[in-house]
Design a protein around this ligand. Structure first.
Ligand SMILES: NC(=O)c1ccc[n+]([C@@H]2O[C@H](COP(=O)([O-])OP(=O)(O)OC[C@H]3O[C@@H](n4cnc5c(N)ncnc54)[C@H](OP(=O)(O)O)[C@@H]3O)[C@@H](O)[C@H]2O)c1
Length: 295
């Protein structure tokens, strides 16, 4: 089975591509479709890249992800996040290729009090979330069998993310101040990538099981202060983590106060149980340690 992956220079796409040759990717050829082959802001490059790659499935991870910059760069955010999925869907539907597209918790307004279900009303508060929501609609309009997997709070052992920022700061500080009024579920990209390949397999066996909108994540919910505290407990227990309100760190785009996604249906379809966000973190830190031993 040939799987083309967009966004392979990014956190998720890169991790998916790195699974080439692993047990999780057994029987799969993972083909990177970077910006050089498929520029999501240039619609004509999309069918062309698909014809060159000849995939059975496209895992669509490429996106304009600069949440704050998007507020001042609306046109590009909408071209890449809002329109490209529609072009991708049209190209794939015409060639009978399956599409699995990644979306975000930012499609919700964050005022919820319970884990969001896929059918809950959306209401993005910023350009990034609005552009991603437009992309979901554009994709389903051109490719109704597409699978959309929303996720939030991604981090991994490599790259720029909250985990690595906290680990870096803990080397030079004894006290960290972290917001405690934004709630969600930190999600380890390593586990997400492996589960996405299982999702691909499920879609090959039973197309309708993965069609439509789904929510992924680990089980449990925390806030950034809780996540930072757990990171420090494992890696730098001498560092004190102080809670602070979001007002202390103003950002160009507002962040949802609550964006936990209800992951249970996703795992029910896969026939397994989700791991907790704490276990995801332990696995990620373990992988980081293993890697540093071999470096
Ligand atoms: N990170 C999170 O916490 C988070 C949370 C919820 C949902 N998501 C979603 O998860 C998916 C993966 O996110 P990520 O964290 O892996 O993002 P990322 O690390 O920022 O990577 C984004 C990828 O998209 C590519 N890209 C951007 N503009 C492009 C264009 N015009 N043409 C082709 N490729 C382009 C980038 O390529 P270049 O290197 O060439 O720029 C990069 O490979 C996205 O759909 C994102 O919306 C992420």
């Amino acid at each position: 089975m040939r799987i083309a992956i967009t966004g392979t220079t990014g956190q998720l796409g890169g991790r998916l591509h790195a699974l080439s040759g692993s047990e999780a990717a057994d029987g799969m050829v993972l083909i990177p479709l970077g910006r050089d082959r498929m520029d999501l802001s240039a619609p004509e490059s999309i069918p062309q890249a698909i014809d060159e790659a000849q995939p059975d499935v496209v895992l669509s991870c490429g996106a304009y992800t600069a949440v704050d910059a998007a507020e001042d760069d609306r046109d590009m955010a909408f071209r890449v996040n809002g329109e490209a999925p529609g072009h991708l869907g049209a190209a794939c539907a015409a060639r009978n290729i399956k599409v699995i597209h990644i979306s975000t918790d930012y499609v919700f307004n964050g005022q919820g009090k319970h884990p969001y279900l896929p059918a809950d009303p959306t209401g993005p508060t910023g350009v990034y979330g609005a552009s991603k929501l437009a992309g979901e609609s554009a994709l389903l309009a051109t490719c109704p069998s597409a699978s959309i997997v929303r996720v939030g709070w991604l981090y991994d052992r490599d790259g720029q993310n909250f985990l690595n920022t906290m680990l870096r700061l803990s080397k030079s500080r004894d006290v960290l101040t972290v917001v405690d009024d934004q709630w969600g579920c930190p999600t380890h990209v390593g586990d997400f990538a492996a589960d996405l390949l299982s999702w691909v397999r499920l879609g090959q066996e039973e197309e309708m099981a993965i069609a439509g909108v789904h929510h992924y994540g680990h089980s449990g919910v925390t806030n950034w202060h809780g996540f930072a505290s757990e990171i420090m407990q494992h890696s730098a227990p001498h560092v004190r983590v102080e809670p602070v309100s979001s007002d202390a760190f103003p950002t160009r785009a507002s962040r949802p106060a609550y964006s936990k996604l209800d992951e249970r249906d996703f795992f029910k379809r896969l026939g397994c149980l989700p791991i907790s966000w704490e276990v995801g973190l332990e696995r990620c830190l373990g992988a980081k340690l293993d890697r540093s031993k071999t470096d």
